[in-house]
Design a protein around this ligand. Structure first.
Ligand code: NAD
Ligand code: AKB
Length: 319
């Protein structure tokens, strides 16, 4: 891997992807970029940084040229709940930003990684063990941008020979940066609230099952896919990826093993519930396993244990 640009680097994924890439390829070879500055003192802030608004092609191009970039991890996007509040902005950032990144990549010969999502599926997709190749008719603006993004990346690969690769990520659980306004944010918030108040009010129904993954697995998957032998990749944009799936009630039960008096109640948000109801409960990731050897390492028990341990440390009052 040569020199890497990460867009949207201040977000939930970028905050952990940038340090992981720097550890693997060298700090000076990975340039973080975002609309906003990285929080001072965060691990991602230790290294090169550029302000890049992905809807401005000149800003992407300047960063690519200045740092002689070979690969772009394009993370900048609006997540599902925020996108539903601002559909026009979501289209502009998610599709407009991607189109400009792909054009710059085409002109400068960069590889592109794009995170798609379980949001790329819709209510007519088989909901259990969702196949790799299946019906994709999402009903959210987020999902529409994700399917379009998968297709656009395939097009740039087929038409221009660009090395584009992508993963359909499930909801991500992490402790470094908070999630940015998605439907699966509850699965992060619940840990903060369990430690602070031993209580959480969930905005999804108790029995709403969704696919989930712990961030270390997601980061490893992104790096492994970009390092995979291209001759073995049949799907490219984008691979189903799975690690675990659970309901709020099931996660609450797991948290109670560590916080015995933890209580959960429900105040369902109809908008986010409708989004969740249109997504798979579990996905079949056999293509990723066969084509580049994907294997998750964290399940619900090990994720819960690690999240609580790390958040207890992070939220401990300074003496
Ligand atoms: P996030 O909302 O936490 O971060 C996105 C970042 O993009 C923010 O720091 C924001 O400032 C930046 N940004 C927004 N508009 C921009 C623009 N015009 N130019 C440059 N930067 C801009 O999101 P995330 O959770 O880190 O997700 C990153 C990507 O992964 C997105 O494409 C998202 O759809 C996808 N994804 C995330 C999850 C998840 O659970 N976090 C799951 C599936 C897919
Ligand atoms: C969201 O909820 O929007 C994201 C996702 C699964 O794409 N976490």
């Amino acid at each position: 891997m040569g020199r890497i640009l990460v867009t949207g680097a201040a977000g939930q994924i970028g905050s952990e992807l940038v340090p992981a890439l720097r550890e693997r390829y060298g700090a000076d070879r990975v340039v973080a970029s975002d609309l906003r500055m990285l929080p001072a003192g965060s691990p991602a802030a230790e290294g090169p940084f550029e302000v890049v608004d992905c809807v401005h092609v000149s800003e992407i191009e300047a960063a690519v040229q200045r740092h002689e970039i070979d690969a772009i991890y394009h993370l900048a996007a609006l997540l599902s709940a925020v996108a539903e509040e601002q559909p026009r902005v979501a289209w502009n950032v998610n599709m407009g930003g991607l189109y400009r990144v792909l054009e710059v990549a085409r002109q400068h010969g960069c590889a592109v990684f794009l995170p798609s999502s379980i949001g790329a599926f819709g209510p007519t997709t088989p909901r259990e063990a969702t196949p790799q190749d299946t019906l994709q008719r999402p009903t959210t603006i987020y999902g529409i941008t994700k399917v379009s993004a998968e297709l656009l990346c395939d097009y740039y690969h087929q038409r221009f020979g660009l090395d584009t690769r992508g993963i359909r990520l499930p909801g991500l659980i992490s402790h470094v940066a908070k999630p940015g306004g998605g439907t699966t944010d509850w699965a992060v918030e619940i840990f903060y609230q369990a430690i602070r108040y031993a209580h959480y009010t969930c905005f999804l129904r108790a029995d709403c099952c969704l696919d989930m993954m712990y961030m270390p697995d997601a980061i490893r998957a992104m790096i492994e896919l970009m390092e995979a032998d291209p001759d073995r990749l049949i799907h490219r944009n984008a691979f189903n990826l799975s690690a675990m799936h659970f309901t709020p009630e099931r996660l609450a039960q797991e948290i109670r093993r560590h916080v015995p008096d933890f209580a959960i109640d429900y105040d369902v948000d109809p908008v986010r519930q409708a989004i969740a109801d249109s997504w798979p409960a579990s996905v079949d990731d056999s293509a990723a396993r066969e084509e580049w050897g994907w294997q998750p390492r964290y399940d619900i028990a090990s994720t819960t244990r690690d999240m609580l341990e790390r958040l207890r440390e992070k939220l401990r009052p300074a003496r």
